[in-house]
Design a protein around this ligand. Sequence first.
Ligand code: AQP
Length: 331
Amino acid sequence: MLQNEKVCFSGVQPSGNLTIGNYLGAIKNFSTFSSEYRCFYCVVDEHAITVRQVPADLRRRTYETLALYMACGLDPEKNTLYVQSHVPAHAELGWILNCFTMFGELSRMTQFKDKSARHADNVNAGLFTYPTLMAADILLYQTDIVPVGIDQKQHLELARDIAGRFNAIHANTFTVPEPYMAKTGMKIMSLADPTKKMSKSDENANAVIYILDDRDTIIRKFKRAVTDSGSEVRMGEGKDGINNLITIYSAFTGKTVEEIEREFDGRGYGDFKLAVGEVCADALTPVQTRFAELLADKAGLEQVMKTGAETAARAAYRTLNKVKKKLGFVV
Ligand code: AQP
């Protein structure tokens, strides 16, 4: 690693088929950092098992998530692309950071509350300590910036607190990371219940646009998106459905809310929903084409994973060894 080189880290769980929430909130922005930062983009499979997974699906989605990273513009020559479980330093530092994280802090995490309500039969310790593993993911690489959706803001703040606490006890060890959140597309909501986040693990496939949905499916799902009983395409209080569609349209076209309101003045929700479906399908078509090519070359993906894990491990163990020495472990 070059001295003074800035580091960017982010990850996506292979816990379901990726959605336009994952795309607009996170992955689409990843490639913008490649020229200025040393970038590590990880497929966080260890996070995914905090919720029960079908092993064959998890394996398949790990390849798919890596292929999607690349299909969304991440060049493995310019970014370190790898799988979390291939670099055991993540789990090791995760354990250590558990000992620097308070029970009360983890209890306040809204994702833990949401997920434990959704998976009441499996409120496991991993679900509870998910944020300490996420802190380890980030802090291992002396990360300066973490591009994430706003739903991850609370976890990132905790990672900063953990880094600050460790640094205060053991002198400067970790870089304290900053979040990076895209202006548009920060939080994409469910099409069936626009008060809830669009999530890849949603059981209702009509609530979610998957990055790999075909054009007809995308347009059909947008046509059925829940909106209020009005007809004016305007952002407003109590118009969660339309607000969400405007956010999505803006994220795909780069147009401002005012421009969009002007464009659809007097045209009604039906026209607008169709237009949102079309811009979304247009944007995703090239990603899907490239994804299919990449996925067909499994050996190529495995080579990317292997090279990525070797590069990541070198950087990760540098930090982990420093941490172990500071703690008094015999290294
Ligand atoms: N709806 C969303 N809007 C904006 N950003 C989103 N992200 C996820 N959903 C939205 C961002 O995508 C990145 C990867 O997310 P993740 O895989 O780590 O897990 P998540 O945030 O828990 O995403 P899901 O889709 O809701 O997964 P499940 O259903 O498995 O829990 C993150 O940067 C996230 O902010």
